[in-house]
Design a protein around this ligand. Sequence first.
Ligand code: IPM
Ligand code: MG
Length: 364
Amino acid sequence: MPTHSIAAIPADGIGTEVIAATIEVLRALEQRFDDLNFEVTDFDWGSDYYKRNGVMMPEDGLATLKPFDAILFGAVGAPDVPDHVTLWGLRLTICQGFDQYANVRPTRVLPGIQSPLRNCKPGDLEWVIVRENSEGEYSGIGGRCHSGHPEEVGTEVSVFTRTGVERIMRYAFKMAQSRPRKLLTVVTKSNAQKHGMVMWDEIAAEVAGEFPDVTWDKMLVDAMTVRMTLDPQSLDTIVATNLHADVLSDLAGALAGSLGVAPTANIDPEKRYPSMFEPIHGSAFDITGKGIANPVASFWSASQMLNHLGEVEASELLMEAIEQATGSGHLTPDVGGNSMTADVTQAVISAILESESNNVRVGT
Ligand code: IPM
Ligand code: MG
């Protein structure tokens, strides 16, 4: 089995804490599986780098990342640098530069974690949100004029291309098809937005024809928030535009107990470029340095990374170890416990290493 080369970009705030914890967990997996190896290269890009150099990453940053098998990303955002600078300077440049058009956000209530929804039993909320990640409301098209005058104008243009919508729709249908319930909900706002969103609906119906075994339905995004809250069991795989899925995935994270457990994979399904894995939570400067950041989102993202790299057993074992840790009460304050990042990390590592004795060795 070849060594997997990983570019680690912890970046800002708690990003550095959760990525350090994740690398410890990857090292434990290396110990657990003889032929699993990671070569991790650390990049100090981010807001501090920006303050020193005036850019979030070097001009040839994408070329530097291109040969890696995957990118493990922490978080961007600093109190003293405008958010659009930090975001467009690093994370969005990577997502769009590497055409990571499928953003995959699984949500589930983990053992030991309480959903804020009354009566939400294990299994009631098990979703994957597939977010279009290359265009739409995040296309970066727009401008400002009459700056500083009362008639100042700002435009932010959403771009939906047939190629872009078809490929994410196909990805989402495939994802739904691979899951036991084979159920997909397509989210738009085609009542009010009568161009791009109506095209989404039309393309959904076309692509659905290729997947006769997948049951699908449509929701308007506003009504979708109600359904997610009041009828979580009725959903499984969800596909939505860049912005709609951004909003829905925060709601999903909150309904699953905390954004601190919500993972993301920014995938280039064609594997022309490295894909990027990151927790959904941001840099969280209010808790930075306190040692209480929840590392679970980042661990879960690493599990998605392992799966993408073809290390399916390691990916599944990591997920089981996470569930064992949360289930046995190793919970940071955001999920109602008083464990530190290091305690949760240690619990996950112990679960990984202990699995050796009661399991046949896999991964040969
Ligand atoms: C997310 C985040 C980002 C996004 C922000 C930080 C730009 O909210 O990953 O969901 O909107 O894509
Ligand atoms: Mg978001």
